[in-house]
Design a protein around this ligand. Structure first.
Ligand code: LMR
Length: 395
């Protein structure tokens, strides 16, 4: 039967990673997948993670299964980190998930199984995996405008116009901070207006919080969640520790559902478990144990916050050095707009044709939409990259 199957297209992000690995040209540059790189171009294990792993090596006594909803300490500490001071913990149903992607999929399954498949509104553009995740769970995916025509600012009016077509009960997927792929986030005032709009239309917010700490800081990056919580007694939050703990391959994420009553938190939690059990049964322990160890130890936590600040500042520095270098060489485009964007990603403005040219001619890998992973820029590749981008602009 499988003979009739044609190959599926490669994933727009992870597929590029595979091509990059297979490329043996020296000096190749990978600005596609969203992983942090240090000044040497490496994706390091954080020191606080190494120390926590040493502690775990000594103290771990079992590899027995976790509960369906994961490690209790992790769930408590993650809730404190992401929703502390915003929603009382007894009003949050929480579940440890395999990464932020796992959180989104469990959220999608929970909504489809416990309520009914609904329409999910995603920003245009959004992370290319959002649509397939919601569709896999049976939801219909719609999109709302997010960026102005030049793709350098937020189009709030366009967003509100499009959301006028949403019906009560529809889900609206929002990026809490460091919008992926554009790096363009709403201001505090714009968040308040978005919350007003989604609440008045009785939409259900599903907030993707994959980059806490990569925008302006751990607390600063909660600005949108705070605004939504003021207008919505119920919302879903999907968090990830891939980026801010550098635990990509350990798959550590969390799904939180905020509700107005403790009773509903229990019912929701039981429904989430149902969705998990028939999917992957229960989550892996190691990464969550690392996060719980770091967050519960004041010294490790301080170290983590310092390391996170270091990652954030490095990305910011690379933004400004790229802008300065492209100016210095007289590039036709002024890239100063990159300085207003937050997190790992930016829209470079490069067209699909230019992106293709950079890959084939210069071994520089960028996602087809023109999204660049700013964290992939290093002092070593900066000049080559700026010159190649400048050349690509005339292609
Ligand atoms: C990305 O957008 O590059 C990351 O979130 C990694 C992924 O899974 O796509």
């Amino acid at each position: 039967m499988f003979e009739t199957l044609s190959p599926a297209p490669p994933d727009p992000i992870l597929g590029l990673g595979e091509s990059f690995l297979a490329d043996n040209r020296p000096g190749k540059i990978n600005l596609s997948i969203g992983v942090f790189k240090d000044e040497q171009g490496q994706t390091p294990v954080l020191n606080c993670v190494k120390l926590a792993e040493q502690q775990l090596l000594e103290s771990e006594r079992t590899k027995g299964y976790l509960g369906i909803d994961g490690l209790a300490d992790f769930n408590r500490l993650a809730t404190e980190l992401m929703l502390g001071g915003i929603v009382p913990p007894q009003q949050v149903a929480v579940c440890q998930t395999p990464g932020g992607t796992g959180a989104l999929r469990v959220a999608a399954d929970f909504l489809a199984k416990s309520l009914a498949p609904s329409r999910v509104w995603c920003s245009a553009p959004t992370w290319p995996n959002h649509g397939p995740i919601f569709e896999s769970a049976g939801h219909e995916v719609k999109s709302y405008r997010y960026l102005s025509a030049d793709r350098r600012t937020l189009d709030l009016e366009g967003m509100f116009d499009d959301l006028q077509q949403a019906c009560p009960g529809d889900v609206v997927c929002l990026h809490a901070c460091c919008h992926n792929p554009s790096g363009i986030d709403p201001t505090a005032q714009q968040w308040a207006a978005i919350a007003e709009q989604t609440a008045s239309r009785k939409l259900m917010p599903l907030i993707d919080f994959a980059y806490q700490g990569f925008g302006d800081g751990l607390v600063e990056d909660q600005v949108g969640i705070r605004a939504m919580a003021q207008k919505h007694a119920e919302f879903l939050l999907c968090g990830s520790f891939s980026k801010n703990f550098g635990l990509y391959s350990e798959r550590v994420g969390t799904l939180m559902v905020a509700v107005p009553q403790v009773d509903s938190a229990n019912s929701v939690a039981s429904r989430i478990k149902l969705a998990v059990r028939s999917n992957y049964s229960n989550p892996p322990r190691h990464g969550a144990a690392v996060v719980a160890t770091v967050l519960s130890d004041p010294e490790l936590r301080r170290q983590w916050e310092d390391e996170l600040t270091g990652m954030r500042q490095r990305i910011h520095r690379m933004r400004s050095e790229f802008v300065a270098e492209t100016k210095r060489i007289g590039c036709a485009t002024d890239f100063s707009f990159l300085m207003d964007q937050r997190g790992m990603f930016s829209f470079s403005g490069l067209t699909p044709l230019q992106v293709d040219w950079l890959r084939t001619e210069k071994a520089i890998y960028i996602v087809g939409s023109g999204r660049i992973n700013v964290a992939g820029i290093t002092p070593q590749n900066l000049e080559t990259l700026a010159a190649a981008v400048s050349e690509a602009l005339s292609v």
